[in-house]
Write a protein that binds this ligand. Structure first.
Ligand code: IPM
Ligand code: MN
Length: 370
């Protein structure tokens, strides 16, 4: 059976990093026999400018029939911010109920980090970001817009169900990772005394079902400080949508930069979407200068996730695919092929894709019977 993967390269550098990701997935396919059927969609800024369409409802229905979605980036300099974000990215996250945004923060050996005296053993945690609620729901409005008396309201929404499923996922993940076995709740319950009170109560309640997992709490402002000063304290951080958005850009830079930060938008019982978190970066578009490792790593997360929801031999094959990608990235660093993840300083986009694809293919020859 071939895995049906919807590919949405999107805007800016999206198409060039996705191209490299597909190269690597094809290499994985050659080595493991996993079969992919890539279905390409042209949603993004160019299509919007041409047709006025972001993501039609019919496309959302089609996406529901896929095994996974592989997204580049959306965002276009000629389009008012918000249109593509809401019309495409958030429409998919909400429409497919992708309630977890999984964002690993892992420093590979040999990669530069701005944190002095910290290494790969210190920077290895995962942010579980709630992905369908909070200020992202788009509820609000204006009153007396454009006048000196203007009022603007933007609601933050938290539900018991949304909070609980996210927190439960975080505890399960801490168990599965089997590392520090610790979940840190990151909130602002000292100020958001309704919404984040709900998070506090659900965390305590769900946490009781996980006596083997250590419970920890930090306010979001303090989390930004600890992520810099003591990143080794973290294993799994669970947090709300907007705080998760903010702290994962910080997470990206401590793992070397946006060039490697990947994410999974996950519905454990549905169709999930995988993307680099760097966005469309229009000023670098079409120049072959950005690092595609974030997109490549997102492809690895996709295989890992497909493995999680598969069983038996098929699961092993998918896990093997994910491990091949991870090891190829690690090898590229440890052999010194890639020294920087910053645009313009890293090797050309297509060279990195070729290299990782080659390492994936060579790996199997070294470890027959993996
Ligand atoms: C991200 C992005 C999006 C978000 C934007 C583009 C809507 O910043 O995936 O982190 O805020 O979730
Ligand atoms: Mn973001």
């Amino acid at each position: 059976m071939a895995y049906k993967i919807a590919v949405i390269p999107g805007d800016g550098v999206g198409p060039e990093v996705i191209r490299e990701g597909l190269k690597v997935l094809n290499a994985v396919s050659n080595v493991t026999g996993i079969d992919f059927d890539f279905i390409h969609y042209d949603f993004g800024g160019e299509r919007y400018l041409r047709t006025g369409e972001t993501l039609p409802d019919s496309a959302l229905l089609e996406l529901k029939e896929m095994d996974a979605i592989y997204l580049g980036a959306v965002g276009h300099p000629d389009i008012k911010p918000g249109i593509l974000e809401h019309g495409i990215l958030l429409k998919i996250r909400f429409g497919l109920d992708l309630y977890i945004n999984l964002r690993p923060v892992k420093l590979y050996p040999g990669v530069w980090t701005p944190l002095k005296d910290k290494g790969p053993e210190d920077i290895d945690f995962v942010v579980v970001r709630e992905n369908t609620e909070d200020a992202y729901v788009g509820i609000g409005g204006f009153f007396k817009k454009g006048t000196p008396d203007e009022v603007a309201i933007q609601q933050m929404v938290y539900t018991r169900k949304g909070t609980e499923r996210c927190i439960r996922y975080a505890f399960e993940l801490a168990r599965r990772r089997n590392k520090k076995k610790k979940v840190t709740l990151c909130d602002k319950s000292n100020v958001l005394t309704y919404g984040h009170d709900l998070w506090q109560r659900v965390f305590a309640e769900v946490g009781e079902e996980y006596p083997d997992i250590q419970k920890d709490h930090a306010y979001v402002d303090a989390v930004t400080m600890w992520m810099v000063k003591n990143p080794e304290w973290f294993d799994v951080i669970v947090t709300t949508n907007m705080f998760g958005d903010i702290i994962t850009d910080l997470g990206a830079i401590i793992q070397g930069g946006m060039g490697i930060a990947a994410s999974g938008n996950i519905n454990p019982k549905g169709v999930s979407m995988f993307e680099p978190i760097h966005g469309s970066a229009p000023k670098y578009a079409g120049k072959n200068v950005v690092c595609p490792l974030a997109a490549i790593s997102a492809a690895g997360l996709m295989l890992q996730h497909l493995g999680d929801i598969a069983s038996g031999e098929e699961r092993e094959r998918l896990y093997k695919g994910a491990a091949l990608i991870d090891r190829a990235i690690e090898k590229a660093f440890s052999l010194g092929y890639i020294r920087s993840l910053q645009a313009g300083e890293c090797p050309p986009t297509s060279d990195t894709g070729d290299l990782i694809a080659r390492f994936v293919e060579e790996d199997d020859r070294c470890v027959k019977g993996f």
